[in-house]
Every structure is written in C-alpha cells, then in structure tokens.
Design a protein. Structure first.
Length: 573
C-alpha cells in the first residue's frame, strides 16, 4: 500500500513539474500578447484637434478655438495668438462649460478686457457680444449643435466591444493558469486564500467591464493594464504571503471604488474644482495624523496602526496632492495661485521630512516639478526648486542617520552582503537565478526575504516567472505615461492635463525607485511598485492616480469621466 501511495505521489509530482515547465514558456507569450494589445491603442491613437468655436476679428479674420480653455495673448505659447503690441503676452482666458456656454476671464492683463464697451474681469458671453482685447474687437462664434454632433461622430473610436472582451478573456486565462500553478504548490491551509484572491480579481474585472458596457464606454485598455499588474501582485503574494491574498483583494475593491469616485468628481469640472479644496486639506491631514500618531519602522514614522490594520496614509496623500495641484487655466495665470501651491508643497514635504520618509518626499518633489512647470512654464522656477532640493538633501542626510546609511551602501552593496547590502545582493542573485523564464511557481528563494512582496517585489516576480514577465509591468506603466503625455495635446482643460501628467509621473518615479533600487542602480528607498506591491493604501493610491490618466482620455466613448455627446437637445445621455 505504501508503495502504491509513493508511486501516485511521484506521478502527481511529475505532472506538476510538466505543468510548471509548460507554464514557464507559455506565460511570457500570453502576457506579452495581452500587454501589446492593451498598450498599442494607448500609444498610437490619432490625436485630433477639436474646433469648438471661432473668434471672428473685425478685419474678417477667424481664429480657431480648439480647447475648452484657451489663452488669448501675444505670446507664442498662447492657444490663440494675436500679434499686436497692445495685447498682453497672456491677456485673457476663454472657457467653455459642459452646457455649451462660454466665459471670458481677464488674466491680469495691462489693458484689461471689455465686453460691449464695458470693462470686465469675468463675463459670461452671450451671442452677438463684442469682445475688445487690446483695442481689437472680436466676436465669439461657437459651433452649432449639428457641428458638435458631427465632431463627436468623427472623433477616433476608442475600441470595439469584441476587443475589450477578448482582452479580459485573455487576462482571465492568465489568472487561472497562475492560480492553478500556485494551488499545486501550496500547502492546504493557504489554498483557499489563493483561490479567493485570484477569483476575486477575475470577478472584479468582469463586473467593471460590464459596468462600462452598460454606460456605453468602449475603452478598457488602462483598466486591463491595471488588472494585469494586480495579477502579478497577487502572484507575488501567493509566493510569499498567501494568507494576505484576501486582504489585498479587499484593498483592490476599495481602490476601484476610489477610481470610480474620482472619475465621477472630474466628470463636472466645476465639481472637480470644489473637490480640489477638500483634497488639499485631506492631503495635509493624512500626514499630520501620521506625524502625531504614527509608528516608526526602520527609521521612518510613516505607518498608522489601527487595531490589526497598518496603513501608510502618505499613499493617499499622493492622490490628494495631484488633485490640489491641478487647476483650470484662468487660475494658472495668477501668480498668487502658484505661490500658494509652492507653500502647500513645502508643507507636504516638510511633514514627510519630519517623518523621515525621504523616499516618498522625493516622489512628491518630482510631482511638484511637473505641476510647477505645467502651471508656470518657467524653467527658472524648476531650476530654483532643484537647487533648493539639493540643499535640503544635504541637511536631511545630516539629521537622518538611517538615510545616510542607505547612501553609504549605495553602489557598494556587494561590500556589505551581510548587513546593509543584504536585501539587494540576495535580490540580484535571485533575479539572476530566474533568468529569462523563471524557476516556476513556488520554486523561488525570495519568499524567505523580508519585504519580498513589497519593497523588492520586482525580484520576486523575476525569480519565479523570469525577466520577460517582470519587465512587462514596466512597459505597462511607461505606456500609461506616454498616453498621458500624448493626450495632453488635445485635452479639453488644463485641469485634466496637469492631473494626468502628474499622476503618470508619480507612477513612473515609483517604478524607477522600486525596480532600480532593487538592483542597486539607485538607493533602495522602500517605495512601492504601483499595483504590484503588497499594501492596501498603496493599492488604493495607485487606482486613484489611474483615474486622472483616464479622465484625460478624449477619444470617443472612452472615459467615464467625459460626458457622451448629446444625441438631441433634450437628451442628456
């Protein structure tokens, strides 16, 4: 009897080995096809300038208005350029609203603006209003309702329903294969958590896809990328801490809810501007609460412990910071607003410095640079900020010994393999052991390493599934960032442009710090890999940032944060 049982065990082990070997070769192919199908539309969509109105000058010349927010001025950087000496470099801002109405704002110009001969600072334009800018008379001629419908019909379609469903089907196959591979190698008590984790992922993506189809949206590439990244995160958890799969699934559900809520808030620009102020207060509030009641781990006081839950509120502050930094064009041109934002950024980074969380402070600073440049367009401002960072960095290394220890081991981790360089040297050895195709599910050594599912999650995925699969998340984040930059040229509002570009830059910087920190190219800062790293607040924050990227998508029927074109005068959607 014992011999029979041993034979059965050997047969089962042989089958598991064959399945694992097959999967090592199959997974890079399936994952590569999925990433290519999702990234290609984001990288190649046709950017189409939209003409929403015409400015008709007194000499018969017509100037196209191609954005919902347009700067009128003499500067070449203005959206509508009027080369006349009496016109200021940035003279006025012309704004369109969801209901089709238009408003003109004075951008603190020298000569001001007049409407029907009366000087105004802000004015809701009516048909036949005569606008005077720098002594030049003009009238605004919005496009007609039929022209607006034609504009919507001619706009690039995001994707087909069949393509969306095909991507999610392929992703589901990948998730099922991952799940089976870890179930075969798991101990009995963790098998249920692994099944719930992957099963919940599959259920969430199909429910979100169904919701999109119900509201007539035809773009699911960014969401498919996010779910693919979450899948690899679940893979790392299954390998290292399978018991936390359910907790991460719950965090992902909350993150999706936050994603939809932020997208809804940006659906109406006036509502988004109101939420912006609440987000600014919340961003500082999260950090102040952590500073007062947080717990210190490894030199940084960035964790908030509530019962059995451990939270990192600075991850949520990133989303709030993007919201606070985004602004409409009529406010960007006022120096007071950029000064207030600089003060707000200093307050945020000051709180992080007091918490000794310099990795997160660096992310916020990079986000500040993006926002400051987009808001001011001034290279001098950026140079001054970088100089200030240099001085602040020197002071930080003097007052924070643990940060100095990280820098002392940087680029020399092999000289300290049993102390400060232990985590990185072991990670690089495991990456090399994994090679291009990996060792297979559960066959890696990284599961014995501290923070293998968070700080050095890149090494865990590399070891078990190979370099090809591990680099695909990097490709995904880069694709989202390129999409945000390409969308900026045709974005309807600076609010969406600043939000999407800043959110994408935060995701990219986090990937750089996490991945390159693991292989000792940059200092290891403990920054998470978006969507991959195990951590509830990190997951929620990543989904929140994705909402800003999605809101900037102006392809036809692509983003739930953009209203559909009306089919009739009295029909809303």
């Amino acid at each position: 009897m014992e011999a029979i049982l041993n034979s059965l065990a050997q047969v089962e082990a042989t089958h598991c080995h064959v399945f694992t070997e097959m999967l090592r070769w199959l997974m890079p192919i399936l994952a590569g096809i999925l990433v290519l199908r999702c990234a290609a539309p984001l990288l190649t969509f046709r950017r189409e300038p939209e003409i929403w109105a015409w400015l008709c000058l007194s000499d018969g010349k017509r100037l196209a208005v191609t954005h919902w927010e347009s700067v009128i001025g003499r500067s070449k950087r203005s959206d509508i350029v009027i080369q006349f000496p009496t016109v200021s470099r940035s003279h006025a801002v012309l704004t369109r609203y969801d209901d089709g109405s238009w408003t003109i704002f004075d951008a603190d110009s020298k000569g001001g603006i007049q409407v029907n001969g009366r000087k105004v600072s802000i004015h809701a334009l009516q048909p036949e209003d005569i606008i005077t800018i720098g002594g030049i008379d003009m009238m605004l001629q919005p496009i007609s309702h039929k022209q607006e419908q034609r504009l919507a019909q001619n706009r690039t379609q995001a994707a087909s329903t069949a393509g969306m469903v095909a991507n999610v089907l392929l992703l589901t196959v990948i998730q099922c294969l991952f799940c089976i591979s870890y179930l075969l190698g798991s101990i009995q008590r963790s098998g249920m958590e692994i099944m719930i984790g992957f099963g919940g992922l599959i259920l969430c993506q199909w429910l979100l896809l169904t919701f999109y189809l119900c509201i007539r949206r035809r773009s699911f590439e960014a969401e498919s990328i996010a779910f693919f990244l979450c899948t690899l995160g679940m893979v790392a958890i299954a390998a290292v801490k399978p018991g936390e799969a359910v907790k991460q699934l719950i965090a992902m559900v909350i993150g999706i809810a936050a994603y939809l809520l932020i997208g809804w808030s940006m659906r109406d620009l006036q509502r988004a501007k109101k939420v912006r102020y609440l987000a600014a207060v919340a961003g500082v509030g999260f950090l102040v609460i952590t500073l007062l009641f947080g717990k210190e781990y490894y030199g940084a006081k960035n964790w908030l412990i509530i019962g059995s839950l451990s939270l990192q509120p600075s991850e949520l502050s990133k989303v709030c910071f993007v919201f606070a930094g985004a602004s409409t064009m009529d406010r960007l041109l006022k120096k007071r607003n950029i000064i207030l934002f600089i003060a707000y950024s200093v307050l945020i980074c000051g709180c992080l410095a007091l918490m000794n969380d310099f990795g997160t402070a660096l992310i916020f600073f990079c986000a500040f640079l993006i926002i400051a440049f987009l808001r001011s367009g001034s290279i001098g401002t950026i140079g001054l900020a970088c100089t200030a960072l240099g001085f602040a960095g020197v002071i930080a290394l003097k007052i924070a010994p643990h940060a100095m220890r990280r820098f002392s081991a940087w680029r020399h981790v092999w000289e300290y393999p049993l102390s400060t360089g232990y985590q990185q040297t072991k990670s690089m050895m495991c990456i090399a052991a994994g090679g291009m195709l990996g060792l297979g599910a559960g066959n890696g050594w990284m599961k014995n390493m501290f923070a293998a599912d968070s700080d050095v999650v890149f090494a865990t995925v590399c070891e078990e599934w190979g370099m090809i699969v591990a680099l695909l998340p990097v490709v995904c984040i880069v694709a989202l960032a390129v999409f945000a930059v390409r969308s900026a040229a045709v974005a309807r509002s600076s609010f969406y442009t600043i939000g999407s570009c800043t959110a994408a830059s935060i995701l990219v910087v986090q990937v750089i710090l996490n991945m390159l920190g693991t292989v000792d190219v940059v200092p290891l800062t403990g920054v998470t890999f978006p969507f991959l790293s195990n951590g509830g607040t990190s997951m929620i924050g990543a989904w929140g940032l994705l909402a800003f990227v999605k809101a900037a998508d102006t392809r036809q029927n692509a983003s739930f944060a953009v209203r559909l074109a009306k089919q009739g005068r009295d029909e809303d959607e």
